[in-house]
Design a protein around this ligand. Structure first.
Ligand SMILES: [Mg+2]
Length: 363
């Protein structure tokens, strides 16, 4: 089953975040990018992947087109693990994190889509998961800044059936407003995206304590300072991190440092499904819970749902709290009553809608 073509397709879809302006990944945004990686084979099976993401998508696209695609043409899509290892080694000196690995992540997801289609099985069943139709999701709110907007959107998430709400706010009034709006029974998490020194993080963890957070995410700058994360965790605050990690060995160091309660490998960033599942297995060995990062809407979201659905215990799926003008996968990336559907078709379970791609394509 030889790979005959590698195409990258970039689309951007406008969204409504429930506020006049909102921030994704540190930048004000009004549309969300999806970078598709499509692998065609001489067997007629086509695989779809997604490579991270948001503002860096043009850089990732150029990296796949120039560096990665030429290495894939003519190779056998069934020699999946060998092929991925070879690409990692050939490209390692161009970056072990960032666009190279994001691109490889998209390729790996597409190779798994091909494998699932060839086997006639949805990926979560191929991975040994029990039959499931839905998974619990958490609403991952954008950063609004204004406490009243935070409260309103946290309440909207609960009205839509979510029992877990995550904020991307970095100060006390916003977190207090959310807790007040959702009441004591709904789980509340706060993701601050690496703003603080250790001293500041310890102080803020203390100030957040009255709001009974299920976890505090990435409180320390830089994200690779695992020892400082561990120091915050030792005060009793549950720590989540890992979306910015550089692979299996980066996670091994975090686990060994005692930095994490929740590990968040991101399938479109970390090296795809193959690397993500290794990390989930390692997390289990260290007694750490894996709840993947999945702040996206393309094949990466479907891949995340399959990986989570294959876990022995029911686990949360992250869903950005926004309404897109269109969805490439129909309703498959939309939570209903706070639960994400599990695709039942072979591979990822669904190919993207060509009409949505055509309408929103920018590259
Ligand atoms: Mg995060």
């Amino acid at each position: 089953m030889k790979i005959t073509a590698v195409d990258t397709i970039l689309i951007t879809i406008p969204f409504d975040s429930g506020a006049p302006s909102a921030v994704i990944a540190g930048r004000p945004r009004t549309s969300v990018d999806i970078l598709f990686v499509r692998l065609a084979t001489d067997a007629g099976v086509t695989g779809w992947g997604e490579a991270f993401g948001h503002s860096v998508t043009p850089g990732t696209k150029a990296t796949i087109d120039a560096l990665i695609a030429p290495l894939l043409i003519g190779r056998d899509a069934r020699e999946h693990t060998v092929l991925i290892r070879e690409l990692q080694q050939k490209l390692h000196n161009f970056g072990r994190n960032g666009p190279v690995v994001f691109g490889l992540s998209g390729v790996d997801i597409a190779l798994w889509d091909i494998a699932g289609k060839a086997a006639g099985q949805p990926l979560y069943r191929l991975f040994g998961g029990a039959p499931r139709t839905t998974l619990p999701a958490y609403a991952s709110l954008l950063r609004y800044g204004e406490p009243a907007l935070v409260a309103r959107n946290a309440a909207r998430a609960v009205e839509r059936g979510y029992r877990h709400v995550k904020l991307h706010e970095i100060d006390v009034p916003q977190v207090a407003a959310a807790r007040q709006a959702i009441g004591p029974e709904v789980a509340l998490m706060v993701d601050v995206n690496c703003p603080w020194t250790l001293r500041q993080a310890l102080d803020m963890a203390e100030r957040f304590r009255p709001f009974d957070l299920t976890w505090l995410e990435e409180p320390v700058w830089p994200p690779e300072d695992h020892e400082s994360l561990a120091a915050v965790r030792r005060t009793g605050t549950r720590i989540a991190a890992g979306e910015n990690a550089g692979g299996l060995h980066d996670f091994r160091h975090q686990f060994a440092a005692g930095a994490l309660d929740i590990a968040q490998p991101s399938v479109t960033k970390i090296g795809g499904i193959t690397e993500q599942r290794k990390i989930i297995a390692l997390a289990e060995a260290f007694g750490v819970t894996a709840i993947p990062h999945s702040a996206y809407f393309g094949p990466g979201m479907l891949a995340s749902v399959h990986v989570v659905a294959a876990m022995a215990q029911e686990t949360l799926v992250e869903r950005l709290f926004m309404d897109l003008a269109a969805c490439p996968f129909g309703g498959l990336t939309t939570a209903v009553d706070g639960r994400m559907p599990v695709p039942q078709g072979p591979g990822l379970g669904c190919d993207p809608d060509p009409a949505v791609i055509e309408k929103y394509r920018v590259g």
